[in-house]
Write a protein that binds this ligand. Sequence first.
Ligand code: PHE
Length: 352
Amino acid sequence: MVQIEELKQKVAALAEEGRARLKEVASPEDCEAARVAFLGRKGKITELVKFLPHLPPEERPEAGRLINSLKEQFQAELDRRLRELKAQEIEKKLQEEAVDVTLPGRPVALGGLHPSTQALREIYRIFLGMGFQVFESPEIETDEYNFQLLNIPPDHPARDMWSTFYLTEPGLLLRTHTSPGQIHVMRRFAPQPIRAILPGKCYRYEQVTARAEMMFHQVEGLAIGRNITMADLKGVLVEFAHQMFGEGRRFRFRASYFPFTEPSLEMDMDCIICGGRGCRVCKHTGWVEILGAGMVHPVVLRNGGYDPREFTGFAFGMGPERILMLKYNIDDIRLFFANDLRFLEQFSGGLR
Ligand code: PHE
């Protein structure tokens, strides 16, 4: 007969063994293995019930309590270890996956405005300061607006200066200059006075070279009113050029020809590169042309809805790309539209 004392020793030994085993578990899987080994169907603690039949009946209840409390004790310890391990696992994960918010970020590549856009905006800024407003007009034009209303009849030799692309639709073409916008803005506002600039893309059918593109920008300017004279034209353009190119520059006006202005002129600036001494850029004249201008031709005023006996006006046209070429000594206009980032990125910090 097994005595209860022997059972008590067994229980004490298993309690010790269980604690030792649970000290060593290192994962939830280890815990499960320990549970099976002690409390499973053939577990060491479970097997203790085999003692019961060998005990005298009066000792069996106490033996049962001993075994049960061992079971509970082991189970409680096991649960505690399992919670501990899970907490450790979470802690470890948190540390491994921690984000170091003090690390410098990866720089995001920012886009920049195209140099032509920057030049356009600078031109707007200057003319807005002198009371001009921006007026847009279409890139697809009629022959009438691009030529005839500007005093360039069909077959007039002046058309040779503005060969363009024609649409399959008869009478439509891509505008060769922003000057047709003069007629649009006059017809919109006549007989009120006008101070407007007309920016946009222009197109010309010509061999593309370092000096000529088939597409480029222009900014047209138009002022209509009573008593507007060439002195106003000169004052406005010199003010513009000083703001655009710097105070120290010198300018001159040369007689020229455009069918839609009379008299017509071209404005030159002393060459930035050589300071007027003469170099390759200014073709050794010391001067570079910056824009074309003139007093609005009476025929054009009338086509726009103004009586030339009452109104006068001036107009000018300039190319933002050309202005940047002069300002930064860029020798090839094709660079503007070739999408080469090495060129474009030089303007990402703005115009200087
Ligand atoms: N439209 C002219 C050109 O394309 C420029 C110009 C505009 C000249 C207005 C005089 C007045 O070259």
